[in-house]
Ligand binder design. Structure first.
Ligand code: AMP
Ligand code: MG
Length: 406
């Protein structure tokens, strides 16, 4: 039997980031940068006002107070976007809006709330310090500065930054395209009535959601009945536009385990027993003309989803161009113990709660790999080492956070 680490290493061994492509900025969302991004501009571009108010020379309003207001003539307006060179004459002020460039000579902005809001002349009833309410050129980003580095995922925050510095095209690793192919002649899509002996396909839906949440673009490739010709056809279709294929079911020791039988002929698959619970039967290899990576996950829904977290999610990170995660951290404290099988690494479905004392975990329901109701109530997988058979209150164990629900 293979250890979890050995199997994960074997799965990841041949995987590299998908070839980088240049895309328009909006299409980069979710993708990982394959280049550094250097700003060609200072940000802010120019000294500008952070308030709606009046541009002044600080020393001219230094004595302003409720009892001793300072009155200045207002020589014009500076709305945001005004770009002509302006100079503030001594003894005057200009109305200025948030984001508008500071006129030369002005060194402070009195916010409008501290004035009577006048347009011909303005009464200023509070002093503003030198430099107050001014955003300085380059205080955020300096021209020539590297603002985003290769390997960064482009979420809304990074897109905002790239757009701010004027980037409209960038080189990224594309989102991995995933096709999920559940197998089993007993499977019927949700929404269709169940005949005797049939069950709803849940793996197809759960795994598409899991892969999307992991940053892939996943689709359900249809249910494969336990028929070699249909399984072969579905796999051939899937590899045409997938960067990674996931099947579920049909890989145990049963007489109708067709996926295994077909793939023995088709790909470079390895079917192994992994020393884990749940999810013992695992398979990985490549198929098709482009040597597309293929994971054959177990059929039991809990095993399928957990195997996804343990093996497929790290593979998707590789394809996406992200660095490997260190799963030896973080740790949580067990508040209620449970049993774990000897010689197998257990991925225990647990509920993680962050308390003042730190993160704590308790097991959720039964650990049978068909118990999907309990799975839905868990938010993390606690990793119990192979040698441990009893998890006790107060133990500290590492956990994998599941896609966060609540
Ligand atoms: P198998 O590995 O094909 O023997 O499947 C193991 C168990 O998981 C059986 O009880 C199957 O009915 C169930 N199963 C397999 N595929 C799915 C699926 N897509 N959705 C829900 N249950 C499944
Ligand atoms: Mg089956």
């Amino acid at each position: 039997m293979r250890s979890v680490d050995e199997h994960l290493a074997a799965c990841l061994a041949g995987l590299v980031a998908l070839p980088a492509v240049e895309v328009p900025l909006p299409e980069a969302a979710g993708c990982v940068l394959a280049q550094d991004i250097v700003s060609a501009i200072d940000m802010p571009r120019f000294d500008n006002s952070s308030m709606d108010g009046y541009a002044v020379r600080a020393d001219e309003v230094a004595g302003a107070g409720d009892e001793a207001p300072v009155t200045l003539p207002v020589l014009g307006d500076i709305p945001a976007g005004r770009g002509d060179a302006l100079e503030l004459a001594p003894g005057t002020t200009m109305r200025i809006m948030t984001g508008a460039p500071m006129p030369a000579g002005a060194d402070s902005v009195v916010q409008v709330e501290w004035t009577d809001g006048g347009t011909e002349q303005v009464r200023i009833s509070r002093a503003s310090r030198l430099g107050q309410n001014i955003r300085r050129a380059g205080e955020d980003v300096r021209k020539g500065e590297t603002v985003l580095t290769k390997g960064t995922r482009m979420t809304s925050r990074q897109i905002t930054l790239a757009a701010s510095v004027g980037i409209d095209r960038l080189t990224v690793h594309p989102l991995p395209r995933v096709v999920v192919l559940p197998s089993g002649s007993e499977l019927v899509p949700p929404g269709k009535p169940l005949q005797p002996g049939q069950i709803h396909d849940s793996n197809g839906y759960g795994l598409v959601a899991a892969a999307n949440a992991a940053g892939a673009v996943a689709r359900h490739g249809g249910i494969m009945p336990d028929d070699p010709a249909e399984v072969t056809a579905a796999l051939e279709r899937a590899v045409r536009d997938a960067d990674l294929v996931i099947t579920t079911g049909g890989v145990s020791a049963g007489a109708y385990d067709t996926v295994k039988a077909v793939l023995r002929e088709l790909g470079t698959m390895e079917f192994v027993q992994v020393a884990m619970q749940p999810g013992k039967p695992q398979g990985f290899g490549t198929i098709g003309p482009d040597a597309t990576p293929l994971f054959t996950l177990p059929g039991n829904p809990v095993s399928a989803l957990l195997s996804f977290e343990v093996f497929v999610a790290p593979a998707l990170r590789r394809l996406a161009g992200l660095p490997d995660l260190d799963r030896s951290t973080p740790l949580a404290t067990v508040v209620e113990g449970w049993r774990s099988p000897p010689g197998r690494r257990q991925f225990a479905r647990c509920l993680l709660t962050v308390t003042a004392a730190g993160p704590t975990v308790r097991p959720v329901g039964g650990q049978g790999s068909h118990l999907v109701a309990d799975l839905a109530g868990a938010n993390c997988l606690v990793i119990v080492p192979e040698a441990v058979t009893e998890v006790g209150r107060g133990d500290e164990l590492p956990y994998i956070m599941l896609e966060s629900g609540s």
